[in-house]
Design a protein around this ligand. Structure first.
Ligand code: CP
Length: 300
């Protein structure tokens, strides 16, 4: 594993190795495994969890993280991604990048001499999905055979990386959304191939009750990612997919509720569900730090 651009690029053994390392680091958080190493963090978009968890992770591991807003770099004045990658890899030991276009993080990795981590692109959010799988395993003691239902706008980076992760790790996944908001076709094709190999089910259905039936975990995310304002028509189409207490009743009794955050309370999820006894969203967010440490310590 040279870079971490997509969960789809990882072998199951590599994912499990990250989880084992994460367990160790969660028990003993301060270990100088990356003493004097530097992580360059390029952000084209805002972030709370990704930025802070990577920065604290590097501190805990004895290294240092540099926050580089793309507007403050020469990228903002037209220096190419490729040239930026060539230069940053002369200074830093690894690069983490949050970009608008997925092809930018692919290009960054192609031109970088040091490991590149995808901190979110328009297509994928692999760090989130990796951490979510760790959290589910921590809460339920296994992954294989569980069912995750995703409800809401499924044409987004988090759903795509969850499709890769669930199908690879032997979890069933049911995605429920309006047809216009279905996951990317290429992501589904790769995930369906994974699901065939792991003998699991990956389905997309417009029927939220059917999707939630028997679900161990119910997951949702914002209907519209950064900068995209929903039209009234789109918002109305997504309303039946809101994660509220009446929809949650269709999942298994006590099913876990997950959201990658930030949440738009009252839109994709209601307050009573987000703050209710089945919600694990804060533990989920907290684990971003620990899993990032597991990933960094093995990759760098
Ligand atoms: N979930 C997530 O990536 O959060 P941020 O956008 O705050 O980093």
């Amino acid at each position: 594993m040279m870079h971490f651009i997509s969960v789809q690029d990882l072998k199951v053994q590599e994912i499990l190795a990250i989880f084992r390392r994460t367990d160790t680091l969660k028990k003993k958080p301060i270990q100088p495994l990356l003493k004097d190493k530097n992580l360059a963090m390029v952000f084209q978009k805002p972030s709370t969890r990704t930025r802070v968890s990577f920065e604290v992770a590097m501190n805990h591991l004895g290294g240092h993280a540099l926050y580089l807003n793309s507007h403050d770099l020469q990228m903002g004045r037209g220096e190419t991604i490729a040239d930026t990658a060539r230069v940053l890899s002369r200074y830093a030991d690894a690069i983490m990048a949050r970009v608008f276009s997925h092809k930018d993080v692919v290009e960054l990795a192609a031109r970088s001499g040091v490991p590149v981590i995808n901190g979110l692109s328009d297509l994928l959010h692999p760090c989130q999905a990796l951490s979510d799988m760790y959290t589910i395993h921590e809460k339920l003691g296994r992954l294989r055979g569980l069912k995750l239902a995703y409800t809401g706008n499924a044409r987004n980076n988090v759903t795509h990386s969850l499709c890769h992760a669930c199908s690879k790790l032997g979890m069933n996944m049911s995605v429920t959304c309006p047809p216009k908001h279905a996951p990317d076709k290429a992501v589904l094709r790769d995930s369906m191939a994974n699901a065939k190999a792991t003998r699991t089910v990956l389905e997309v259905t417009p029927d939220p009750k059917k999707a939630l039936k028997g679900a161990d975990i119910v997951y949702t995310d914002t209907w519209f990612s950064m900068g995209n304002r929903p039209s009234r028509i789109e918002e109305n189409a997504l309303k039946p997919y809101q994660l509220n207490s009446s929809l949650l009743r269709h999942a298994k009794r006590g099913a876990l509720v997950m959201h990658c955050l930030p949440a738009h309370r009252g839109q994709e999820i209601t307050d009573d569900v987000m703050d209710g006894p089945q919600s694990i969203v804060w533990d989920q967010a907290g684990n971003r730090l620990h899993v990032q440490k597991g990933l960094l310590s093995l990759l760098v």
